[in-house]
Design a protein around this ligand. Structure first.
Ligand code: RIB
Ligand code: CA
Length: 317
């Protein structure tokens, strides 16, 4: 079977880690590269975590380093309560033996897109700095991508500084997001979708049980990650128990899980109250051609089952 080549641009991150594990468990995907961007934690950590996740799951992908800061606005976050010490649930990885690519993330994304000649599916589940940089350097990148899927944006936000109009990935680098939405057709798996797919405590318990049956490093990692997610979720705000990024991957694995509708979407990048908002023109009032497939309906039970199947897959490896 001819596999679908994919690249995951990410800021691991707890939910990024689930997304990578899920993609790696899918028989039809070949993860060509993991590209690191600043976001949940500083780039030095997202880079390290990409190397470690590749080793934990024996992916054998290229790991390429991208941006450390957004294109324009200042942003720096030390640590993240949501993602724990080190950015992946406080989990300490063995020192990675793997070395990153010498080339930057945007160069690897473009070269692999050209090499796979229109077959590559690009996922971005962190701020869009690397993607915007790739598009600035290689304006013909869209010609070589089969599909571009993000976790980001949505019909509401989770960044309270913007009156909860902006979602984190878009808000960190609104300039990048604005340019990306203007240049690429985006499949946007936003917060309205990820919250609708939120796993429940009983789901985490099932995942814990399944991963505990495994006798390998993949299951041990997923068991720790799930334990962190459960503990970090049900005593804190609702947003923490949402495995956002994995839904973007799940949407591509099983089209029954997420239903998309096409609208014109633009990103507010002015430093005003709703900076980082993905403004969705549901009524077509802008008179502009729809440019974005917006995730609207979600089959939560199917998503949860896919996450459990992933845990079972690794436990039986
Ligand atoms: O708003 C949720 C998104 O921001 C997720 O991708 C999470 O990992 C963070 O990057
Ligand atoms: Ca992320």
């Amino acid at each position: 079977m001819k596999k679908i080549p994919i690249i995951i641009d990410c800021d691991p991150g707890v939910d990024d880690s689930y997304a990578i594990a899920l993609a790696n468990s899918h028989p039809e995907f070949e993860i060509i590269a993991l590209t690191a961007v600043e976001g949940n934690v500083p780039a030095v950590l997202t880079r390290h975590n990409c190397l470690c996740l590749d080793e934990t799951f024996d992916i054998g992908a290229k790991v390429a380093y991208g941006a450390t800061v957004p294109l324009v606005r200042p942003y720096f976050r030390e640590e993240s309560a949501t993602h724990g010490e080190g950015g992946v649930g406080g989990i300490q990885f063995p020192a990675p033996a793997k070395q990153p690519e010498e080339k930057a993330a945007w160069d690897v994304i473009y070269e692999e897109a050209v090499k796979h000649n229109g077959e590559l599916v690009l996922f971005a589940v962190g701020p869009l700095t690397n993607i915007a940089t790739a598009l600035r350097k290689y304006p013909d990148l869209p010609e070589y991508l089969k599909k571009f899927v993000i976790m980001g944006g949505g019909t509401f936000g989770n960044v309270t500084a913007t009156g909860a109009k902006a979602e984190f990935n878009i808000w960190v680098d609104p300039t990048a997001a604005k340019e990306v939405f203007e240049k690429l057709e985006v499949y946007m798996v936003g917060l309205n979708a990820t919250h609708a797919a939120a796993v429940e405590e009983k789901d985490f318990d099932a995942m814990l049980e399944l991963t505990a049956k495994g006798n390998n490093k993949e299951s041990a990692f997923l068991n720790k990650l799930t334990a962190f997610s459960k503990e970090n979720s049900f005593g804190r705000g609702e947003d923490n128990n949402v495995i956002h990024d994995a839904l973007a991957v799940a949407a591509e694995i099983d089209p029954e899980i997420v239903k998309f509708e096409k609208y014109y979407v633009w990103v507010e990048d002015r430093e005003i109250e709703n900076v980082g908002e993905t403004v969705i023109d549901f009524k077509g009032e802008n008179g502009k051609e729809p440019n974005c497939w917006v995730a609207m309906d979600v089959n939560q039970p199917k998503f949860v089952q896919l996450m459990k199947d992933m845990c079972k897959y690794y436990a039986e490896k």
